[in-house]
Design a protein around this ligand. Structure first.
Ligand SMILES: NC(=O)c1ccc[n+]([C@@H]2O[C@H](COP(=O)([O-])OP(=O)(O)OC[C@H]3O[C@@H](n4cnc5c(N)ncnc54)[C@H](O)[C@@H]3O)[C@@H](O)[C@H]2O)c1
Length: 342
């Protein structure tokens, strides 16, 4: 991958830096060539670099205009890939009921690493959709039992669907995937759309209890309310399970996280900030590691089949900026998007 001045010179052969920028819609981002393996490797690399302090990423700046809603400003730069920019994302959990639209929205600005000039304005949803499950499964790669045969997905929206689609890439012995959503149509649509793309049998669980009791690895991607309302009873969670949380502690009881043998975060700084906003009214448990330390080999992953392991990943701008670099390059290479005057 080109870097520094060489990279800037290459960009300049495709886009007049300082005079124009590239606009990429969500559909244009989706059409760019990028393999699942590349997405996974880039995401995992971002986790490792972050935990080695080789990236620049302040904790998210947040707005909470209406109860249970949030906006996050997510800037980051990564020297290794000459990438710098910011994602501006929002989450309005009531959007489906109120407006019939999805809860998450996001735009990204990509800047030239050497001069700071804006290079692109683009959709931020696609990157969020593809990198978040990779963070979960980068966690599972080291924290799940290697012979895991059952996976449960709570929340069958954008994130839940992508988790189910790629689960078998990491959990290679997976046989059954249980899915549950309070909005039953979302679970039905997931099964109809994704069953052809996975070798595992996808089954609609009748309840969260059934899903939790049937699954060795459980992922959650539902909503993040200001006050968590845990629906996974501690009594259902057993030793040996791995919980991959993309929605903070919304669904898990405090006593479950506090009795985990290992509890990891993607970014301690970021979750401390969320704790400041009272997302963790009972406080955070003792943190075993940032997940990038485990991916990078500085800390051990799962050490026995009996460990209960909880990985809480709220998402980081470094993951976005890592993928952004490659998506932007692919867009220039394939003449995708529209050039607009600056
Ligand atoms: N960690 C990260 O990096 C990251 C990134 C993106 C989104 N998220 C979070 O993931 C969650 C899901 O995002 P999305 O874009 O997939 O949203 P979405 O609206 O597309 O899907 C969420 C689904 O969860 C279902 N749901 C809500 N409460 C539930 C419950 N108690 N039990 C079962 N199902 C329930 C909804 O019916 C919906 O189908 C949100 O909380 C979002 O903030 C996290």
């Amino acid at each position: 991958m080109l870097n520094g001045k060489e990279y800037r010179d290459w960009i300049n052969t495709k886009l007049r830096i300082g005079e124009e920028l590239l606009y990429l819609s969500e559909a244009e981002c989706r059409a760019l060539p990028l393999s699942d393996q590349e997405i996974f490797n880039l995401t995992e690399r971002a986790l490792v670099l972050y935990s080695q302090n080789k990236t620049d990423m302040p904790a998210k700046i947040a707005l909470h205009p209406i109860r249970d809603t949030f906006y996050h400003a997510m800037p980051a730069s990564i020297e290794e890939v000459s990438s710098a920019g910011i994602k501006w994302g929002s989450c309005y959990p009531e959007n489906r009921q109120q407006f019939g639209i999805r809860q998450a929205n996001a735009l990204i600005i990509y800047n030239d690493y050497l001069s700071g000039v804006p290079l692109a304005v683009m959709d931020g949803l696609y990157i969020t959709e593809i990198r978040t499950p990779c963070v979960s499964f980068a966690s599972a790669k080291y924290m799940a039992k290697p012979h895991t045969k059952t996976f449960g997905m709570i929340g069958c929206g954008i994130q839940g669907r992508e988790h189910v689609r790629i689960a078998h890439h990491t959990l290679t012995q997976l046989e059954m995937i249980y899915v549950y959503d309070t909005y039953e149509e979302a679970a039905d649509a997931l099964i109809k759309d994704l069953q052809p793309y996975t070798p595992c049998k996808i089954i609609k669980a009748r309840s969260i209890e059934e899903l939790v009791k049937c699954s060795e690895v459980i992922a959650t991607a539902t909503i993040i309310p200001e006050t968590p309302n845990p629906q996974i009873k501690d009594a259902w969670v057993t030793k040996g399970q791995t919980l991959l949380l993309s929605d903070c502690h919304s669904l898990v009881e405090d006593k479950t996280v506090k009795r985990a043998d290992k509890y990891t975060l993607d970014s301690v700084a970021q979750h401390e900030l969320l704790a400041g906003y009272d997302y963790y009214p009972h406080g955070l448990p003792k943190v075993y590691a940032q997940i990038g330390e485990v991916c990078g080999g500085q800390k051990a992953g799962r050490e026995s089949d009996d460990e209960l392991i909880i990985c809480n990943n709220v998402g980081m701008a470094v993951e976005d900026m890592m993928l952004l670099r490659v998506l932007f390059d692919r867009a220039l290479e394939t003449n995708a998007g529209r050039k607009l005057p600056l």
